[in-house]
Design a protein around this ligand. Sequence first.
Ligand SMILES: [Zn+2]
Length: 374
Amino acid sequence: MHGIGSSRRLTPNRGLLYNLEVGIKSKSTNSKATQKLTAKVQPSRGAKRNLTESEITASLADAGFHRDRPLAAPYAIKKQRAERDQKRAAKPPKLGKVEVLRAENLQSIPWLIHGFSTRMGGVTPEYGGGALNLGLTREDTHENFERNLHLWKAAVGASQLPLKSMRQIHSAIIHRITTVDDHPTAGDGLITNVPGVLLAVKTADCLPVILVDRVRKAIGVFHAGWRGTVQRIVEKGVGEMRRNFGSAPADLLAAIGPGIGKCCYAVGDDVMDRFDSQFAYSRELFEDVFDSHALHLKYPLLFLNQRAPGHGEPAARPHLDLVKANRNQLLDAKVPDTNISALEYCTSCRTDLFFSHRKEQVTGRMMGTVGIRS
Ligand SMILES: [Zn+2]
């Protein structure tokens, strides 16, 4: 009879330990033989590539697992594509200097000038300092505004062009610029086929949307907050481009600039009702977000008076997806999905880069700018 400390009992253990050591050693050594062996056993380690379906199945079978369901490859591919598209769509802004955010789908048009501004690189001492405020706000001086505008026009490559902007009133009013001397008054959309003018809308959470007819050389820019969106300003904008310039929707390219994201855009039931009354797809545009800890931290004032801590269920608040709403309008107007780009920045999440009226209350304005080279 053998005792606990007998050699027969220990031998297999020692063997196992030995194998384990070899395994560890082979990982850290660099000899060609080891690499070859490793490559043979695990093809993915040497060459950086994804395993094929059959390799995954074989590896799992080796480990004693039966694979009865294929891995969700389409999801992985979808995610990879989304990441790639996001990288292509937006060059990340650099802090501190005037940055021009350009839409990927508009960049290759030689006669086009376009860009979305950030808050950085200006002369306004308000709003955190060095702010590129491009609106005539109460806190800023006219002189600072003019200097910022000069900096912005230079950065976008249109120093000499006259700027056409409007007193924005959250409407669906669109003006056509027919001569360089036109001065639009109140409204929220501008269209033109006149070269040598710079059209602009000012935003701080609302979406700036640019339309370009690459065939007939016509452009438009629109200010789409929830009020403009519910009045279909962008859908109407496509219609106005068709009516005025004979634009075919398939020739139109659209760029949606930075605005408040679904993550941050809590709205009241009245807003949801307005969308319900206008759009069959209204419910797709809203997502109920529950009163979570994260939201408490983000918007303490929103929840201050709702309920005492620990009492009752958290209230859900609808959040509006403005980008989706405007994308839907473009699609309804027959602009092909592949012609639409959106800069995936949330102005409220990224107040380091953008002005956000919702987040900051007192803040500056950015610009969505478009022009035809003269
Ligand atoms: Zn956000």
